[in-house]
Design a protein around this ligand. Structure first.
Ligand code: G
Ligand code: G
Ligand code: MN
Ligand code: NA
Length: 253
């Protein structure tokens, strides 16, 4: 409860920060995108990870204003990268199911893109399978279709960990699957597991979906993924999540 009270004040006290984790192309090493990851700089407890406060924010209904803040902050930052290079990074922003239930995300994104000057093509929203299972809902479908028509990409986060039927991949305008890091950790030099990763990659190819492998921690996993035409990798092997300033330095290298 103490944490929940502090969470209410955190937005107005400017205690949230966004980190950016590079998402590196395997076919074109010059192409770097990134995922925005929120952290809470608590005045006494120090840096708090999202896994500790996002569920609380969802229960308390605070995920709507917090999610809006992350979206605006991320789009502002990504717009500033456009001055650095022609092929500037696209930004992926995590969205909770509750945001789509409480506000019209297509309207919100339209407004934020206009304010920040970021082109829709530079933005990707990460959603989870729960958005699509729970709501066999025309309203959710309508928001996703309008976002897609604007040019905003949609990706499925933690792909493979939900309980959803795969038919949604045909019904919804999804462009990218993010393979959950639990599957990537099966790919190890001793046993060469990774049968599930290989199967997801081959399915994605037939459906013309891009794939981001999450939690890539070593060169062996990177090679395994490259051999199977995985589009992008994200993980400690490339970089941990970085501050805005560190991410700019990463881009220069
Ligand atoms: O950065 P870290 O590995 O601690 O992130 C943990 C989880 O928190 C991730 O799975 C991510 O999806 C979630 N997360 C990070 N930032 C945000 C955010 O801005 N909004 C929402 N809804 N979830 C986030
Ligand atoms: O949205 P999602 O929950 O997938 O967010 C990614 C989370 O995974 C972030 O909290 C990030 O800090 C964490 N992460 C990123 N790269 C790695 C990695 O290579 N290994 C592990 N164990 N965690 C990672
Ligand atoms: Mn994510
Ligand atoms: Na994930």
């Amino acid at each position: 409860l103490e944490l929940e009270n502090a969470l209410h004040l955190a937005l107005e006290r400017n205690e949230f920060i966004v980190n950016y984790q590079p998402i590196v192309s395997l076919s074109d090493p010059g192409t770097i995108n990134c995922e925005a990851l929120i952290r809470w700089q608590h005045p006494t407890k120090g840096l708090i990870a999202p896994s500790e406060f996002i569920p609380l924010a969802e229960e308390a209904g605070l995920i709507v204003p917090i999610g809006e803040w992350v979206l605006r902050e991320s789009c502002k930052e990504a717009a500033s990268w456009m001055k650095l290079s022609e092929n500037s990074p696209k930004i992926s922003v995590n969205c909770s199911t509750r945001q789509f239930q409480r506000v019209d995300m297509a309207d919100l994104v339209t407004q934020v893109l206009k304010e920040t000057g970021l082109p829709a093509e530079k933005l990707c929203l990460e959603i989870t399978e729960s958005l699509i299972i729970k709501d066999d809902d025309d309203d959710i479908q309508n928001q996703l279709e309008r976002l897609n028509e604007m040019g905003v990409a949609l990706s499925i986060d933690d792909f493979g960990t939900g309980y959803s039927s795969l038919s949604y991949l045909k019904r919804f305008p999804i462009s990218t699957l993010k393979i959950d890091r639990s599957f990537i950790s099966d790919v190890n030099a001793q046993e060469d597991e990774g049968a599930l990763v290989a199967a997801i990659l081959s399915m994605a190819e037939s459906l013309k979906l891009k794939v981001v492998a999450e939690g890539v921690e070593n060169a062996h996993q990177q090679n395994f993924l490259k051999e199977r035409d995985c589009s992008f990798i994200q993980g400690f092997h490339c970089s941990k999540p970085l501050s805005g300033e560190e991410f700019r330095k990463f881009l220069k290298k």
